[in-house]
Design a protein. Structure first.
Ligand SMILES: [Zn+2]
Length: 407
């Protein structure tokens, strides 16, 4: 079969091209429905714009400048008026963990738009001290929180399988988290769920960029649950091979189409209504809550304030770097360039210095958690490296086409 663009491992284009405005490349995969992720599956990747060489996230950043934000805020007020309850009941669910973004959304909804939020949290695998502190900062803002603690025995096993099969140890967490808030909304009869940023902020789901509602395919499915995949394995096989019971997997499964159709819950993105700026959210959280950045640079990056509540976060960014050549620094610099904090050259210098740094700090915790040895870990890591991205020189792995190298 002949393709117009030659594709390598994971269906990524063999030619690495970087966005002309930020630090990401064309090697970034689209968010796929996690329930269909199987081993060695091709992903669709984020294309760069042919005319100006920009990625969709950067294109969207410029498009956002033309949005009438006053009009969008009126839409938000209308939405709040539709759902606000004045009888003392909760009227909106805000999922989160106490990061800068969930603090921003919650504070705005409660204190500016006079809503009555109920906070819900899908617990991190292994919470960090900074994560604990910021979670408290969030829950000290005057709203109650329901946290769901997974069956740890099952969650650990799924995390291990996701790492071994997909080199994606964060997958069970992501799946559970996506499904959790919608399920809580239905359980408590609260008809509005407010998520943070729209996929378009990451350059994905661009055909839905003017739609404030989250795509229901994230948490609704009409498939038989046994045909869905979790940790790269069909659920029927997980149940047969590992003797998992349905009640042990239930919190990971999507809502049934039939059940969802009966409910009136709406799922909206706050970033559709209010201009979303990564860095502004950070300052907002500091000014309006007890949120604190980490007292040190986050290993793998130069930043001190994003994704730091779960020890698996570090491993997650590292596996992403191995598979797609972009790690935690790229994620941070992309956002900072678009937020106007740094320019592209500064971003490239930071990527050169910190991206892909080996995640020493919590590695032992992660290995103990997954019950695997460092040798097994490194074997999975090396197997996950696409040959069009990596080469071995003097016994050390190197990116073939790093952003700082002029081709
Ligand atoms: Zn870009």
């Amino acid at each position: 079969m002949k393709n117009k663009i030659k594709l390598g491992k994971y269906g990524l284009p063999l030619k690495v091209i970087f966005c002309s405005y930020c630090t990401r490349s064309n090697q970034r995969p689209h968010n796929v429905g996690e329930f269909i992720q199987i081993k060695n599956q091709n992903k669709s990747f984020v294309k760069l714009n042919q005319k100006d060489g920009m990625c969709n996230a950067c294109k969207f950043y410029f498009e956002k400048k033309k949005i009438d934000w006053k009009k969008r805020e009126l839409e938000l007020k209308k939405l709040c008026n539709k759902f606000r309850k004045n009888n003392g009941e909760f009227d909106v669910i805000v999922p989160g963990s106490g990061g800068k973004d969930s603090i921003f959304v919650t504070h705005q909804l409660k204190y500016k738009y006079k809503m009555n939020p109920l906070l819900v949290t899908w617990a991190p695998n292994m919470i960090t001290d900074d994560g604990k502190q910021n979670f408290e900062a969030w829950t000290n803002m005057g709203m109650p929180n329901y946290t769901f603690y997974q069956n740890h025995k099952i969650h650990k096993k799924l995390t291990k399988l996701a790492f071994l099969n997909l080199c994606h140890p964060f997958q069970p967490f992501i799946i559970g988290q996506k499904n959790f808030a919608p399920k809580m909304a239905m359980k408590f009869n609260i008809n509005l769920v407010m998520f943070g940023e729209h996929d378009a902020e990451f350059g994905m789901m661009m055909n839905k960029k003017n739609n404030p509602k989250m795509d229901r395919s994230y948490f609704v499915s009409n498939k038989n649950y046994k045909d869905l995949y979790l940790s790269g394995i069909k659920i029927s096989e997980l149940m047969r091979k590992y003797k998992f019971k349905l009640n042990e997997l239930e919190s990971y499964l999507p809502i049934k189409d039939k059940t969802f159709k009966k409910s009136k819950v709406e799922f909206h993105f706050f970033s559709y209504y209010k201009k979303w700026n990564f860095h502004d959210n950070y300052y907002y959280a500091i000014e309006n809550s007890d949120f604190k950045p980490a007292p040190y640079r986050l290993e793998g990056s130069h930043d001190k304030y994003a994704s730091m509540d779960d020890k698996i976060d570090w491993l997650h960014f590292y596996t992403f770097y191995i598979k797609f050549g972009m790690g935690r620094t790229t994620a941070a610099t992309d956002q900072e360039i678009r937020s106007g904090i740094i320019n592209r050259d500064e971003g490239i210098a930071l990527v050169k210095r910190f991206d892909g740094e080996f995640p020493k700090k919590y590695l032992k915790d992660c290995l103990d958690y997954m019950e695997i040895t460092k040798k097994e870990f490194l074997k999975v890591i090396d197997k996950a490296r696409p040959s069009h991205l990596w080469k071995k020189k003097d016994g050390k792995w190197q990116l073939k086409y790093p952003i700082w190298q002029k081709n």
